[in-house]
Write a protein that binds this ligand. Structure first.
Ligand SMILES: Cc1ncc(COP(=O)(O)O)c(C=O)c1O
Length: 281
């Protein structure tokens, strides 16, 4: 709006994909990957002067984000640490996690950080790595994207409306998925109230209001650190504070008002959506 753009919520009545989704469920909460991507691809394909580039998931996006991990390796040296023991990132489509983790994974695979552990944290409401299938699927609900081999909850899966909107994606970057499949990346899932509790504790100790997405990583970091306190181990834990929460204050308000639901793992919704995986011959 400030830049002069028209702003419409997805699914919208502006595209065939959006109208089809609204026809199926006029009250749908939409979904980042499924619906918004279908509408964006359709819009780009129907305007000669418009192109579309996917914001997460694909290899080139993970590659570009890896500048974060490369810089973090340098910053660790400046802090007097040569290695990390645990690398943590939240995972929506996976590129934010990959960007931090892959340069560290290079070190691990080259034998320079052989014991480094990698943990991707996701919402329990959208448990792609922890509960999804490793299969070929589309990146969007209408099937406009190429199919990718990845962990998926099914391209038609509409996650419950949690506040970490950036983590409501049904799939996971194929590169992150492969590493998870090979056992090189671990995954955990968290409910949003425990995530916000971690974010509040972090804010009160560090003075930084983090995005609900980033707070997922912080929750895991605090769990790992608490375990170290219990066992007496000293570990260097690295995580990516992927975004500030200055535009997310209404979600903090809802948390303090006790108005955030914790969604149970939507097993039936996921099972229904996994029935529509593309057939591979
Ligand atoms: C602040 C923040 N962190 C992390 C993510 C997740 O990124 P990715 O899709 O690369 O996993 C998002 C996605 O929108 C985000 O907004």
């Amino acid at each position: 709006m400030l830049g002069g753009a028209d702003c419409v919520a997805s699914p919208s009545s502006e595209t065939n994909a959006g109208r089809a989704m609204l026809g199926l469920d006029p009250e749908t909460s939409g979904s980042l990957g499924g619906m918004a991507i279908s509408e964006a691809v359709e819009d780009a394909a129907s305007h000669a002067n418009t192109n579309y580039t996917l914001g997460s998931v694909l290899n080139h996006v993970c590659l570009h984000q890896s500048v974060i991990g490369l810089e973090t390796l340098e910053q660790l040296k400046m802090a007097g640490e040569e290695t990390a023991d645990v690398v943590v990132g939240c995972a929506g489509g996976g590129s934010n996690f990959a960007g931090l983790a892959f340069p560290f994974m290079r070190e691990r695979l080259a034998g320079r950080m052989p014991d480094c552990q990698f943990i991707a944290t996701e919402p329990s409401a959208c448990p792609t790595l922890t509960k999804g299938l490793y299969a070929y699927d589309f990146g969007d609900v209408s099937g406009y994207t190429p199919i990718m081999q990845m962990y998926t909850l099914g391209h038609g899966f509409v996650p419950p409306s949690i506040h970490a909107g950036g983590l409501r994606y049904h799939g996971m970057a194929p590169l992150v998925s492969l590493l998870h499949h090979e056992g090189l990346v671990d995954s955990v899932s968290c409910h949003q109230n425990e995530v916000f509790a971690a974010a509040v504790a972090f804010c009160r100790s560090e003075g930084i209001i983090v995005a609900p997405e980033s707070a997922h990583a912080i929750k895991t970091v605090m769990d790992v650190a608490s375990e170290c306190t219990r066992t007496g181990e000293a570990k260097t834990i690295v995580f990516n504070c992927s975004g500030h929460g200055n535009f997310d204050l209404s979600s903090y308000e809802a948390y303090f008002a006790g108005a955030l639901p914790d969604y149970e793992y939507p097993a039936e919704l996921i099972a229904a959506s996994l029935k529509d995986l593309p057939a591979i011959h």
